[in-house]
Design a protein around this ligand. Structure first.
Ligand code: HEC
Ligand code: HEC
Length: 243
């Protein structure tokens, strides 16, 4: 119990830190924009699309250290399930398009070491060398970012954007960013979840809640999902997959 409480405090401290720095960055940004009297500050995310997301610079930053060109050939092992462009068709296989290269690499290493387990992925990851892993990750990261078809699930939207402070439930947006597209091209700790497969999202949230997946830093996702009801979990999977 004490351990869990400590984690909650650590988690909240993390969030406050990120939110505060984001607010600071925003206010500085807004101030300079106002003097320049240019386009509205919220324009890049207004229509649910971050225009800068797939700019050459953003792609380069999020791809990580691997070589995406070499990675394309090596990724042939993976495209049967994850799609040629990182857009999977089967709902339980996650999309990898536009995901952070370093996050993809971390998951593969977690599958290799057994910190995350899945019958198929653990077996596949075991066969990949370190160099190939970085290149394949860079290839999928360099694809246009995954995107959903829209959903206005009210319950999911409310929790995603505002959390529920009466239950100390932190809003997902604080860590996963606007539209679940991640914090910034250089922050690979928080994965892209907006536009991800609904079945996969539901599965991961259930796994985190049950403790079957426990590879998030400080067990933060285990703590966050612990208080979610089935209906809330479903609402979140529905809303986030639509982003
Ligand atoms: C036979 C189908 C199949 C193949 C082939 C396959 N995967 Fe997967 N992959 C899956 C499934 C299913 C999951 C979901 C695992 C889970 O539920 O935990 C997954 C999960 C992942 C994840 C975790 C993504 C996330 O968002 O956390 C990564 C990364 C990944 N695969 C990379 C690869 C790479 C790289 C290859 C090729 C070397 C590959 N996969 C080949 C089916 C496959
Ligand atoms: C304090 C930060 C934080 C908050 C708040 C947070 N997450 Fe996460 N989440 C993470 C981190 C870090 C990971 C990456 C775990 C890893 O490295 O394996 C993650 C991973 C995930 C994943 C797995 C993604 C994948 O591709 O497998 C899902 C799904 C997810 N979060 C959903 C949510 C939802 C829904 C909420 C809100 C109810 C939420 N998160 C709130 C930090 C956070």
């Amino acid at each position: 119990m004490f351990h869990v409480k400590n984690n909650i405090v650590a988690g909240l401290a993390l969030v406050v830190l990120f939110t505060a720095s984001a607010a600071f960055a925003k206010s500085k940004h807004e101030a300079s924009k106002e003097t320049a009297a240019s386009a509205p500050v919220s324009a890049p995310v207004k229509d649910g699309v971050e225009l800068a997301d797939d700019s050459a610079e953003a792609i380069k930053l999020r791809s990580g250290p691997g070589d995406p060109v070499a990675g394309k050939t090596k990724a042939e092992l993976c495209t049967g399930c994850h799609g040629e462009e990182g857009i999977s068709i089967e709902g339980l296989a996650p999309k990898l398009a536009g995901q952070y290269g370093k996050y993809i690499a971390k998951q593969l290493r977690n599958f290799q070491s057994g910190t995350r387990t899945h019958q198929i992925m653990s077996a596949i990851a075991a066969t990949i060398s370190d160099d190939d892993l970085a290149d394949i990750a860079a290839y999928f990261a360099s694809r246009p970012k995954m995107k959903g078809n829209g959903s206005d699930n009210k319950l999911g939207k409310e929790l995603f954007l505002h959390g529920d402070m009466s239950r100390m439930m932190v809003a997902c947006v604080n860590c996963h960013g606007v539209n679940g597209k991640g914090k910034s091209p250089v922050n690979s700790v928080f994965p892209v979840i907006g536009g991800q497969q609904k079945d996969y999202l539901r599965g991961q949230l259930i796994n985190f809640r049950a403790g079957d997946r426990s590879n998030s830093p400080g067990g933060i996702m285990n703590i966050i999902t612990q208080k979610l009801t089935d209906a809330e979990l479903e609402g979140l999977a529905d809303y986030i997959s639509g982003l």
